[in-house]
Design a protein around this ligand. Sequence first.
Ligand SMILES: [Zn+2]
Length: 286
Amino acid sequence: MSYVEPIVQAFNSLPLLAFGSAALFGLVIGSFLNVVIFRLPGMLGLVEPAAATAAGETWSLATPPSRCPACGHRLPWHQNIPVVSYLALRGRCAGCARVIPIRYPVVELLTAGLATLCLWRFQLTPAGLFAFVFCALLLVITYIDLDTFIVPDRLTLPGIWLGLGINAFALFTAAEDAILGAIVGYGVLGLINGLYKLVARREGIGRGDWKLAALIGAWLGLEGIITTLICAFALGGLLGLGLMLAAGRGPRTALPFGPFLAVGGAIALLVGADLMGWYMSLIVGP
Ligand SMILES: [Zn+2]
């Protein structure tokens, strides 16, 4: 490891190079996350595969090559560059001129932003790399939940084990704190759902969300999952209230809860300690 250290130190001491490379790395990974968000629900049978899929074709994250879901136009490499191609094509498919959803460059830019934030918070360290893995996982789960109202086990279960695994080496928190965080995340949402069911006689928070909370607890520990839950309920409550007021919709409007947990988890990871300090100072005084 001794020859790696000077390189890492030099990298960390050149902020422009470091943040620039992190952003570029994020754009490339973001482009792959788009593929996961678009294909995984179909691969898991959560939705019908896109119409442009030929019958009998096997779908994986690697095949078939990227193409327009409307006309099947295959993307040559120069039309497959994150953000740049979207701008060069002015947001339209080169084959059929159909509008390319703005979501593709948005996911790429969000991933780039998260990569730079992880570098800012943790520098180029194992914690920084795993923080980015955590954020990328939350981003994919957010979009899949928005699309399908499902938080797939295929993502949450490996995520829980990975979180417990890295914290066996105390990467973000102590191992026992990670176990406690996972149990509390799963348990609190399960309990709230149980109480809600008693009163409202229907499910309030789905099991996928309990597992997502267990994942966040496994990565960030007890304090992290508490920060996450407070943020998620605050954001969800505000947005739900806003939607009700704006559209005159009743309280029965279903909102997926996963995205709020994911945003809360990213906040807890990146600024959680500062945020909780500020919050506690509001309650008990400085
Ligand atoms: Zn097309």
